[in-house]
Design a protein around this ligand. Structure first.
Ligand SMILES: Cc1cc2nc3c(=O)[nH]c(=O)nc-3n(C[C@H](O)[C@H](O)[C@H](O)COP(=O)(O)O)c2cc1C
Length: 179
């Protein structure tokens, strides 16, 4: 049976590098036979989390919960904002709980400003995912601005290889958990 992977970019920005990383990872995962869905924090705009049950009637909130529950694994790329994941991504994760994720595996990547950032966002995301009892794989990738050309394509071969290894690592975890 096909593995179903949900991909989330933590940046709602129009020409987002995180979205480009997610698009590259989607290609890799699909090339390995996975069925991919993207939850887009810009198009599927979520309300601010108020910790009120009625918010789950929101069409985008219920779509997020449904996609998380249906997926066999996750791929998340967040921008580093002031040494942490983006507020938009944390807001999305606040709508979810460990039952929604059900211990399934996740790969993580970060985009950064190019001044040795990214690792703080990854450590922050890993800690938050641990609190949601998500199994984050050890492999992780940081994408600095210089790895993209003017058309937004990833041109750094080392980063491409690492994204491919991240994709393989996630699918390996998904398969092992399922068997
Ligand atoms: C509000 C804000 C805070 C940022 N803080 C950091 C930071 O702490 N470390 C870092 O490396 N880059 C930082 N950056 C740069 C972003 O991580 C970088 O521009 C990234 O590409 C943004 O993601 P996006 O292209 O997917 O929108 C910050 C950018 C913004 C807008």
């Amino acid at each position: 049976m096909m593995n179903n992977i949900l991909l989330i970019s933590g940046s709602p920005r129009a020409n987002s590098n995180s979205k480009r990383v997610i698009a590259y990872l989607k290609q890799q995962l699909e090339a390995s036979g996975a069925d991919c869905h993207v939850f887009d924090l810009r198009e599927d705009l979520l309300p601010l989390y108020l910790n009120e049950g009625s918010q789950y009637e929101d069409v985008n909130v219920s779509k997020l919960v449904q996609l998380v529950e249906q997926a066999d694994g996750y791929m998340v790329c967040t921008p580093e904002y002031h040494g942490a994941m983006s507020g938009a991504l944390k807001n999305a994760l606040d709508f979810l709980n460990s039952k929604n994720f059900n211990g399934k595996p996740c790969g993580i990547a970060a985009t950064a400003g190019g001044g040795k950032g990214g690792i703080n966002a990854l450590n922050n995301l890993r800690t938050v995912m641990r609190s949601l009892y998500v199994n984050v794989v050890p492999m992780q990738v940081i994408a600095d601005p210089h790895i993209f050309n003017d058309e937004g394509q990833i041109i750094d071969e080392r980063v491409k290889t690492n994204l491919s290894l991240l994709s393989d690592s996630l699918l390996d975890s998904v398969k092992r958990l399922k068997s």
